[in-house]
Each structure stands twice: as structure tokens, then as C-alpha cells.
Design a protein around this ligand. Structure first.
Ligand SMILES: Nc1nc2c(ncn2[C@@H]2O[C@H](COP(=O)(O)OP(=O)(O)OP(=O)(O)O)[C@@H](O)[C@H]2O)c(=O)[nH]1
Ligand SMILES: [Mg+2]
Length: 81
């Protein structure tokens, strides 16, 4: 049995692009978590909350602040028993 923990607080910005065809995608390794939703729903704020970082994602009262697809990276730790 292994216990997998995602280290959200270690998240860092990796890359961004206006669409997938222009994205320098990271290697297809590990797990992916996607945030998607309507404009001004609080996606960027949620990212900052779960990572406990104030400025990882840029937030705004004005809808449409996040215009790009942004990729962040973090680590997992696995403990085995
Ligand atoms: N009341 C309330 N406001 C929130 C909450 N989360 C975010 N907001 C506010 O909603 C507004 C939009 O937040 P963002 O995190 O920028 O939303 P977003 O989905 O990333 O928006 P876009 O990038 O513009 O599409 C900001 O003014 C936030 O302060 C929440 O849980 N409660
Ligand atoms: Mg946003």
C-alpha cells in the first residue's frame, strides 16, 4: 500500500500559451489536475488558496483576467507501509 500526497504548496508556474497547439507541453508523467470554468468564477483564487500562495495565479474583479492556458508544476510524495 502507498500513500500519495500532493505537495500543493510547492507549486510553481511552468508555462503558458493561448492554445494547446502553441503550448510547450511538459512530459506526460504523473498526475494532471485541470481547472476550468466560466469567467470570474474564482478559478485563479482557488488555485492560490489550495497552494497557499498569494500571487501564483493572477486574480481580478474584472472577468477575463486569465486569457492563457497556464501550466503549474508540483511534486507528489509517496510513503509506503
Ligand atoms: N465571494 C467570493 N468571491 C470570490 C471567491 N473566489 C474568488 N472570488 C472573487 O471573484 C473574483 C474573480 O476571481 P478570479 O479568481 O480572478 O476568477 P477566475 O475564474 O480566475 O476569472 P477569469 O480568470 O477572469 O476567468 C475576484 O474578485 C475574487 O476576489 C469566493 O470564494 N467568494
Ligand atoms: Mg483567472
Amino acid at each position: 500500500m502507498s500513500d500519495l500526497k500532493i505537495n500543493f504548496e510547492a507549486a510553481t508556474f511552468l508555462t503558458s500559451a493561448p492554445d494547446i497547439s502553441h503550448m510547450h507541453m511538459p512530459a506526460d508523467l504523473g498526475y494532471e489536475i485541470a481547472f476550468a470554468g466560466r469567467s470570474n468564477a474564482g478559478k485563479s483564487s482557488a488555485l492560490n488558496t489550495i497552494t497557499r500562495q498569494k500571487t501564483l495565479a493572477r486574480t481580478s474583479k474584472t472577468p477575463g483576467r486569465t486569457q492563457l492556458i497556464n501550466i503549474f508544476f508540483t511534486r507528489c510524495t509517496a510513503s509506503f507501509d
